[in-house]
Design a protein around this ligand. Structure first.
Ligand code: NI
Length: 129
């Protein structure tokens, strides 16, 4: 008889393609896993997001499909499929996607997508898929 452990819920593989097929809206991240107080999220971007920063959290962006540009106040970084970028805490940034892009995010569970900016694109409570 094995001991029941909550961690068992993460011992099946997660199919990213399947998860991406479960939603179609933009700028509305979904949680697909949690570890060490961090969330692994999937999101689809299209268009321009808002300028914002996160005072206490670094954010990781990993491009799964498509491409987008991460704008900083002093430069733009073009990101294509397979590229990854870490935005340090406190640094203003704005993702812009000419076409739809699918992105994996890795960041502390407390991170709010619009950081200090707030506004209508803010998603405080994310669905887990
Ligand atoms: Ni951000």
């Amino acid at each position: 008889m094995g001991r029941f452990s909550l961690s068992n819920i993460y011992m099946d593989k997660i199919c990213i393609a399947e998860k991406l097929g479960l939603f179609a809206d933009h700028w509305n991240p979904r949680i697909v896993a949690e570890l060490n107080g961090q969330h692994v999220k999937l999101a689809k971007f299209k268009g321009e997001f808002v300028w914002h920063k996160h005072d206490d959290e670094d954010e990781l962006f990993y491009v799964l499909e498509g491409s987008f540009c991460m704008q900083f106040r002093d430069k733009n970084v073009a990101l294509n499929k397979g590229d990854m970028l870490v935005v340090p805490r406190g640094v203003e940034h704005r993702p812009v996607a000419k076409e739809e892009v699918s992105v994996m995010l890795f960041e502390p569970a407390a991170t709010v997508n619009t950081g200090n900016a707030g506004g209508e694109l803010t998603r405080e409570k994310l669905d887990t898929i």
